[in-house]
Design a protein around this ligand. Structure first.
Ligand code: ADE
Ligand code: ZN
Length: 344
């Protein structure tokens, strides 16, 4: 009963369970093939000759190595149709992984800084989201992230641009280069965002110290912590996260590819669970890190020898930690019960 799953059983279980994805940067789902298609469509020159050459460049030793290539990659996204195509491709993948609900990050400053209008980005993403709801049965929502390597004034301007589109955005996040850009730098703009009813989240403790997780909680008022790995270095922080049932959106393959962990058998997910933290599993930037959400479950589940009960608990957490209404959360938990009852 509490045995680790063999890889086939793990794969089958993960596939059958309905899931939420709470940490996916839509620009990080831009697959090389689509990047080349859009580059050609828009007359953008990429510094790679082929899809294979581009994939070979995906060798990272730290977050910044990835971010440099990620910002370069998004330069092919220019028209409303491009943002639609990007989001639609991801939502099809989400459907294939039995993801039912997505809270999707996007980086408006990565586009407005290149002269793409905020409305173009949001309209394209929103059109794909509306179609996915109707045609795929996948429900998705947008969380707008501020780029933390830029100053707070730029974030304020971005929030100003977002407010006319308030009905299409459910939350705000904080991403990009972590070390040297603590959450405290963004406390005023997060207050404004919270006052506008936007749900606050932030990347913290991916490469940055536990202090950044404290700041995300105390100064930004976050309702979830994205990554949070380094929280484990601070026992009183762990106690607080456990007491408050604060969700961590953990991204195993991202952590591996960005060398946050050296090996998935060393991934902190096991210790997080042992300490009673509310963990979820997510893909972060699947086109760059080698796997969508189910592949993240399978890779870390295999490496840490997670039991069926542990996998199910993590999947249940994804609904609990989501912004779905309580009735939808209850319905999802009941569906998980039915899937488990059917599975021998
Ligand atoms: N932007 C996209 N992916 C990111 C990550 N893993 N950390 C910080 N910023 C990001
Ligand atoms: Zn992320």
């Amino acid at each position: 009963m509490h045995q680790p799953q063999d890889s086939e059983a793990l794969d089958a279980l993960v596939k059958r369970l309905p899931k939420c994805e709470l940490h996916i940067h839509i620009e990080g789902s831009l697959e090389p093939e689509l990047m080349f298609t859009l580059a050609q469509r828009n007359g953008v020159k990429l510094p790679y000759d082929s899809v294979e050459a581009l994939r070979r460049a995906y060798q990272f030793t730290k977050l910044q190595d990835f971010l440099d290539i990620y910002y370069q990659g998004m330069s092919v996204l220019i028209t409303e149709q491009d943002f639609y195509d990007l989001a639609w491709a991801y939502l099809l993948r989400a459907k294939a992984d039995n993801v039912r609900h997505v809270e999707m990050f996007f980086d408006p400053q990565g586009h407005t800084s290149r002269g793409v209008a905020f409305g173009t980005v949001v309209d394209g993403l929103t059109r794909a989201i509306s179609e996915a709801r109707r045609e795929l049965g996948v429900d998705a929502h947008l969380i707008m992230c501020f780029l933390r390597h830029l100053d707070e004034g730029d974030a304020h301007k971005t929030l100003d641009e977002a407010l006319p589109h308030r009905d299409k955005i459910i939350g705000v996040g904080l991403d990009s280069s972590e070390v040297g850009h603590p959450p405290s730098k963004f406390q005023h703009v997060f207050r404004r965002a919270r006052d506008a009813g936007l749900f606050p989240v932030a990347h913290a403790g991916e490469e940055g110290p536990p202090q950044y997780v404290w700041e995300a909680l105390d100064l930004l008022g976050v309702g979830r912590v994205d990554h949070g790995n380094r929280s484990l270095e601070d026992d009183s922080l762990v106690a607080r996260l456990a007491r408050e049932r604060m969700a961590l959106t953990v991204c195993p393959l991202s952590n591996l590819r960005l060398r946050v962990v050296q090996d998935l058998t060393q991934h902190p997910l096991r210790r997080m669970m042992d300490k009673g933290l509310m963990v979820t599993i997510n893909s972060d930037d699947p086109a760059y890190f080698g796997g969508y959400v189910n592949q993240n479950f399978n890779a870390v589940g295999g490496a840490l020898k997670l039991t069926r009960e542990e996998i199910v608990a993590i999947v249940r957490n994804s609904f609990t930690a989501s912004l779905l209404p309580q009735a939808a959360k209850d319905a999802a938990q009941a569906e998980i019960d039915r899937v488990l009852a059917e599975q021998t």
